[in-house]
Design a protein around this ligand. Structure first.
Ligand code: CO8
Length: 259
């Protein structure tokens, strides 16, 4: 396992838990952290034994967004040259395994954009979510205007993005932005519990099902339905389909091998 300075990666087979680890900066995402996250996700992607990923921070902050001190001196050309955070959005946004965000404390700007690129979001009571970029003279640049609007609708997204205000996890839950809100001490455990349940399913079916849901945000209904139907047909060639249906008939738990 590679040595990282801004994240901690722990394999708890069949899960991998990635912890953002710049507590002194409320887990602000800097270029180093982005590079390390992409590297870690690339490594995990290749391991068949890891079937689901949890990304978390600490109790005070999942992440307070992009590192403002690092961005202060950056020019547009620096951003073009480095791709800035694009490699991370691209990696998480199209990740072949399910990714669960386990949130606590501040989840702001690029931190919320990272959480929204995940597939399921669990938050501790008292978590604060927001897109405060407007307060520092910019706007969301990592998908916030698009993903937040798709998640909560135009009016709430406008309010959050144009005022830069934060909303509590309980409100985010009511708006459909967060799957569940749990007591502070339980958010990581709850995320892992869901991750373990997902990890017990067939990896190929998970991959195609995730891909199909993501397509729903991009394709017209007829094309999305076609993608779904073809993926469904494709799964009929898998060993896991045979095992799943056989196990049902034999009244036992299936053992999916990802084949
Ligand atoms: N960047 C850099 N440092 C930060 C950040 C940040 N985003 N957030 C907090 N810190 C640092 C503080 O500067 C402070 O450092 P120091 O001790 O050296 O002074 C330390 O973390 C602790 O912060 P606070 O003392 O402020 O802690 P509080 O608990 O009182 O407050 C807050 C926490 C509310 C999170 C507050 O720090 C804050 O408002 N932070 C900034 C939040 C923000 O504006 N985020 C948006 C950043 S812009 C962004 O995310 C754009 C993403 C676009 C990416 C895609 C590009 C293509």
């Amino acid at each position: 396992m590679a040595e990282y300075s801004t994240i901690i990666v722990k394999e708890e087979t069949p899960l991998a838990v990635i912890t953002l680890n710049r507590p002194e900066a409320r887990n602000a995402l800097n270029m180093r952290m982005v590079t390390e996250l992409v590297d870690a996700l690339n490594g995990i992607e290749k391991k068949d034994t890891i079937r689901c990923v949890v990304i978390t921070g600490n109790d005070r902050a999942f992440s307070a967004g992009a590192d403002i001190k690092e961005m202060e001196s950056m020019s547009p050309i620096d951003m073009v040259k480095t791709g800035h955070f694009f490699p991370l959005w691209d990696k998480v946004g199209h990740y072949p395994k399910p990714v669960i965000a386990a949130l606590s404390g501040y989840v702001l700007g690029g931190g919320l954009e990272l959480a929204m690129s995940c597939d399921i979001i669990v938050a501790a009571e008292g978590t604060k979510l927001g897109q405060p970029e407007i307060n520092i003279g910019v706007m969301p640049g990592g998908g916030g205007t698009q993903r937040l609007t798709r998640a909560v609708g135009k009016y709430k997204a406008m309010e959050m993005i144009l005022t830069g205000g934060m909303i509590p996890a309980e409100q985010a839950h009511a708006l459909g932005l967060v799957n569940r809100v749990v007591p502070q001490e339980a958010y990581l455990e709850e995320a892992k519990r869901i991750a373990l349940e997902i990890a017990s399913k067939g990896p190929i079916a998970l991959r195609l099902a995730k891909e199909a849901v993501l397509k729903a945000e991009e394709l017209p209904l007829s094309e999305g339905l076609e993608f779904e139907r073809k993926s469904f047909y494709l799964l009929f060639s898998s060993e896991d389909k045979k095992e799943g249906m056989k196990a049902f008939t034999e009244k036992r738990k299936p053992e999916f091998r990802g084949a």
